[in-house]
Ligand binder design. Structure first.
Ligand code: IDP
Ligand code: MG
Length: 159
């Protein structure tokens, strides 16, 4: 079942947490058939924020981004499934909620670029997933189990 086990890093940002969207967003990934393998509710410190958003250091919005992402708790998760990184990014929408199609998370729950509810690893950035998963999770924090629904999600999964 190797092609079902791609892992991707997802994080509900402080605005999503404060607006009570954790359940709604988790539901969307569950409904899609993805498997939750790790999750943690944390307050990011400045060092973690700098490391996570290192690629944006020096950009005009960087300081505001670090201030925002450390301003309250975030819910970090790892989801697993076929083509998970690309599929999750498609469910998330564009970086700017104003450009995001209705039906996507940012398109349904946001209006402002600086408060776009959710982070997901970039499928176009080869190393992003592994880097972000490693940054937020230790290997022993992943839960090893079979998701029974997988037998109905994937045609080639056995019952
Ligand atoms: P992404 O979250 O869709 O991958 P990135 O370009 O990687 O988008 O930017 C990371 C985050 O930085 C965005 O999600 C958004 O919160 C913030 N951001 C990006 N560009 C801007 C901007 O021009 N103004 C304010 N915030 C921005
Ligand atoms: Mg990005």
């Amino acid at each position: 079942m190797s092609h079902h086990d791609e892992r991707t890093f997802v994080m509900i940002k402080p605005d999503g947490v404060q607006r009570g969207l954790i359940g709604e967003i988790v539901s969307r990934f569950e409904d899609r058939g993805l498997k939750l393998v790790g999750g943690k509710f944390i307050r990011m410190d400045e060092a973690l924020a700098h490391e996570h958003y290192g690629e944006h250091e020096g950009k005009p919005f960087f300081d505001g981004l670090v201030e925002f992402i450390t301003s309250g708790p975030v819910f970090a998760m790892v989801w697993e499934g076929a083509d998970a990184t690309r599929q999750v990014r498609a469910m998330v929408g564009e970086t700017d909620p104003a450009d995001s199609a209705p039906g996507t998370i940012r398109g349904d729950f946001g209006l402002d670029l600086g408060h776009n509810v959710i982070h997901a690893s970039d499928h176009e950035d080869e190393g992003a997933n592994d880097r972000e998963i490693d940054l937020f999770f230790d290997e022993d924090e992943f839960v090893d189990y079979d998701l029974d629904a997988a037998a109905w999600v994937y045609e080639d999964e056995t019952h």
